[in-house]
Design a protein around this ligand. Structure first.
Ligand SMILES: NC(=O)C1=CN([C@@H]2O[C@H](COP(=O)(O)OP(=O)(O)OC[C@H]3O[C@@H](n4cnc5c(N)ncnc54)[C@H](OP(=O)(O)O)[C@@H]3O)[C@@H](O)[C@H]2O)C=CC1
Ligand SMILES: Cc1cn([C@H]2C[C@H](O)[C@@H](COP(=O)(O)OP(=O)(O)O[C@H]3O[C@@H](C)C(=O)[C@@H](O)[C@H]3O)O2)c(=O)[nH]c1=O
Ligand SMILES: [Mg+2]
Length: 300
């Protein structure tokens, strides 16, 4: 089995290199090997590589920068257009595509967790580009798996937990929004879920496989503020010096933290369909986080 993996140095891509290695020959690329904004280069890569499965965690993930002109162009090319190109090329080869999307395709106005059937209504350019990418891939080939996840955190790459640890070492107090709720999801969990799906695909062979769009996040929920407190509390308990204690992380409303892109207040995704279809348990968000924080805090 040949697997083409994009974004190998991103949070999820890095973990996928490890998780996919036992399942076949992995051809892992980064933006230096192939710029996904270059459609012809992307087509050439796939035609030369001839994969059985394309796994695509590469994305333009700078949510605020996506609002300006250059960021908007890039997020459109990488997030909205490239997934459709992958789908077209995969269809020609008889390959499948596993792709990732986000809670930011929703506006967050719903009061309960979002199901796959709920209408999307992104608040910003990043969310719009991700929604277009889902659609382009789903139109281009029936052999797609789109996994919508949220608040990704890994030891490798940048994320909110690392930002909080850095700020808590520099400042005397932090102000963090408490009216946006979701589930921090570890990059390793997403990679493990993906490997499990690839194995199920391999086992299915030419039998039908439940391709489609699924919500896959860690269990439980929290706000960015309580998440920051958890991260800082963990670091202090394990003997790391910070200037801020969890009590000095002050809850604020989204209005008090203006950003170029608005974020959904409700980022919760309902994972019932994913769990019942694939028989995979999704552990509570705090479970994956301890291990990641240990790794982050070990690195000077
Ligand atoms: N981060 C999060 O909180 C969330 C992420 N997601 C989705 O999950 C997936 C994985 O995200 P995550 O691992 O956090 O993302 P990262 O930002 O950590 O990594 C993205 C990777 O994409 C690559 N990339 C960006 N632009 C290009 C380009 N033009 N050509 C080739 N490669 C490019 C980057 O490579 P390079 O560094 O070389 O530019 C980088 O390695 C994405 O689809 C994202 O939308 C969903 C929900 C939450
Ligand atoms: C740094 C900081 C952020 N915040 C707020 C801003 C924002 O509402 C929230 C999270 O901040 P970030 O900018 O780190 O998170 P953001 O980049 O919006 O994270 C998102 O990334 C994309 C790729 C996704 O797909 C989403 O699932 C989600 O993980 O915290 C504070 O309130 N105080 C602070 O000091
Ligand atoms: Mg960010």
């Amino acid at each position: 089995m040949k697997i083409l993996l994009t974004g190998k140095n991103g949070q999820v891509g890095f973990e996928l290199q490890r998780a996919l290695a036992p399942l076949g020959t992995v051809h892992a690329v980064d933006s230096g090997d192939c710029d996904l904004a270059d459609e012809q280069a992307l087509r050439a890569l796939i035609r030369a590589s001839r994969p059985d499965i394309i796994v695509n965690p590469a994305a333009y993930t700078a949510v605020d920068r996506a609002e300006d002109e250059a960021g908007g162009r890039l997020s459109t090319a990488v997030n909205a257009i490239a997934p459709g190109v992958m789908g077209e090329e995969a269809a020609r080869l008889g390959a499948a595509v596993i792709h990732y999307s986000t809670d930011y395709v929703f506006d967050g106005h719903k009061t309960t967790p979002y199901a796959e059937t709920d209408p999307t209504a992104p608040l910003g350019a990043y969310g719009r580009s991700k929604r277009e990418g889902e659609r382009a891939l789903m139109r281009s080939t029936p052999r797609h798996l789109v996994l919508r996840t949220s608040w990704v955190v890994g030891a490798h790459g940048s994320n909110f937990a690392k930002t909080m640890l850095r700020l808590a070492a520099e400042r005397d107090e932090l102000r963090v929004v408490s009216d946006q709720v979701g589930a921090p999801t570890s990059a390793a969990l997403i990679a493990d879920v993906t490997a499990h799906l690839v194995r199920q695909m391999q086992r299915a062979g030419s039998d039908p496989f439940p391709y489609g769009l699924y919500h896959a996040t860690a269990g439980g929920e929290t706000s960015w503020c309580d998440y920051a407190r958890f991260v800082i509390g963990y670091a202090l308990r394990t003997g790391h010096a910070l200037r801020v204690t969890p009590n000095e992380v002050h809850p604020i409303s989204s209005d008090q933290y203006p950003t170029a892109a608005r974020r959904p207040t409700n980022s919760r995704l309902d994972t019932t369909l994913f769990r019942s279809t694939f028989g995979f348990e999704l552990p509570h968000w705090q479970e994956g986080l301890g291990h990641i924080l240990q790794q982050i805090l070990r690195t000077p």
